[in-house]
Design a protein around this ligand. Structure first.
Ligand code: GLP
Length: 261
């Protein structure tokens, strides 16, 4: 697991957007996994600009989203379908027939999960998985305790996730209690992984991620297993690492640093 840092969250977003753009230039028909949450929004903004101003082309790529709430349809303002349309797909030239998000309203949810895995396999596997991280260390909706060999499935959301995500709803009681999520094994099979984490609120979890080894308490720690996983941190998210000089050079936070996890 490698670490890349930038003091500014905005510059970090540009770095991540450039890495995604490079992937698309190298392989226009890449299979790319995308996250929701507040963290990736500036990356999507940057990619939209790259599409409009520089002609960055998404038309040959295949997209899979990480997760969706059970019970929320595409028209629900807090569904991840709606999020992706609003923040990204509604502004670029992705091909809707190759754009996949789990259906939280599927009559047969188990079958929906199996079919999602089949679609990923049929697309040839994942070239690049772009992830965020929850405050409790979750990736997608793989909450603490998730099995390393898990596949796309229905999960119960952690109390902390419900509290964290309540800011997007009228109240915590409106947050769905279940979600469909890509599994840890599904994500780990991606050829390349980029996880972006910003903000002081996640600094402690980031510290545990880099110092605690592989533990199911921090699902994101599965990235330690991966030969080509990059964690992109802004200055706030990396603040405890700098303080204790973990995985980063003593000089502090240069533009680009690499450390073996
Ligand atoms: C949700 C998503 C995750 C995302 C997390 C972090 O729980 N399922 O994929 O990483 O939110 O969100 P934020 O970036 O808003 O902190």
């Amino acid at each position: 697991m490698y670490c890349r840092t930038n003091h500014s969250a905005q510059d970090l977003a540009a770095q991540v957007a450039h890495a995604i753009a490079q992937q698309l230039r190298d392989k226009p028909d890449s299979v790319i996994v995308l996250p929701t949450g507040s963290t990736p929004i500036p990356v999507y903004d940057y990619l939209i600009r790259m599409h409009r101003e520089w002609g960055l082309d998404f038309s040959q790529a295949t997209f899979f989203n990480l997760d969706e709430y059970v019970g929320l349809g595409p028209d629900h303002p807090q569904s991840y379908h709606n999020f992706m349309q609003k923040h990204f797909f509604g502004h670029v030239n992705n091909d809707p027939s190759r754009t996949h998000i789990p259906n939280g309203l599927a009559a047969d949810i188990e079958e929906e999960c199996r079919a999602y895995e089949d679609k990923i396999r049929a697309a040839g596997g994942i070239d690049l998985a772009f992830l965020g991280m929850g405050g409790n260390g979750h990736i997608a909706f793989n909450e603490p305790g998730s099995p390393l060999d898990s596949r796309t499935r229905v999960v119960d959301l952690d109390g902390k996730t419900i509290t964290d995500n309540a800011r997007f709803f009228e109240s915590a009681s409106e947050v769905p209690t279940q979600a469909i999520t890509m599994g840890l094994a599904t994500i780990r099979e991606a050829a390349r992984i980029i996880m972006m984490v910003t903000g002081e609120k996640k600094a402690d979890t980031v510290h545990r991620l880099f110092t605690g080894g592989i533990t199911s308490d921090i699902p994101a720690s599965v990235l330690h297993f991966h030969p080509d996983a990059y964690v992109y941190l802004d200055g706030e998210a990396a603040s405890r690492l700098v303080q204790e000089q973990v995985s980063l050079p003593p000089s502090g936070l240069p533009q680009l640093t690499a450390g073996r996890g």
